[in-house]
Design a protein around this ligand. Sequence first.
Ligand code: JD8
Length: 274
Amino acid sequence: MRLDVVTIFPEYLAALDLSLIGKARRAGLIDLAVHDLRDFTHDRHRTVDDTPAGGGAGMVMRPEPWGEALDHVLDAGRAALGTAGGPDVAATLVVPSPSGEPFTQAVAHELAALPWLAFACGRYEGIDERVLEDAAERFDVRPVSLGDYVLNGGEVAVLAIVEAVGRLLPGVVGNAESLREESHEGGLLEYPVYTKPAVWRDRGVPDVLLSGHHAQVERWRYEQRLLRTARRRPDLLGGLDPDAVPPAGRAVLAAEGWDCLDGRFQRRPAGVAD
Ligand code: JD8
């Protein structure tokens, strides 16, 4: 997969030299290029911002450097993709923004299926809107948000998105099996994990995990995922397919106040006995 990132803080992306993504880059599974937006300015002060049209606090990122930078990314990406990058390979431009569509595991899978992702890291109050309108003529532009809180720029979001997408690429995570049981895969949170010693600070490991009974271990882990999801992310239960939940699992959810009504799990109204 080819990745191009445009930012005024290239050093922010140094974290992508580390760990699994760093290893995947050295193995040639990910081809990441980071571009400094200031390299596309022409004034002595390498100016990337200006005052907001209509007034107001803060500064807005100027369109000219962005236009030139994204033109360069298209050329660089196509050159890197070589023949595969023929005229019809569209690059997706991911634009982190608090007003973007929520970034989820489903979006991560969508992006992981693409050959080429470009990222536009905004700062200040944001990027002049015309940049995205212009980019839409040659990119599939995807404004995405990491979550309902405010960051100072897009770089942190790009770190998270590149990691979430990169680890889904074939060969990046050693044992792909482990991807299957993770939170947000299959709509449930992951189960609690333990390792040695069997007792730590007078705290033990659940007996079933030391029993060697693999079927019982699997059942316990599944029920823990249901329990944790009901307690921490009840909003996810509405999306769970009841037919995929065996009776023992339904009993766990019923004990937490969730019944299957009209084909989906719903919280039992207060005062109604289970
Ligand atoms: C990109 C500039 C800062 C945002 C004025 C603070 C994502 N989940 C998220 N929260 N915040 C961002 C994000 C914030 C950004 C930029 C992403 C570019 N800022 C701005 C508007 C209010 N300042 C984000 N993904």
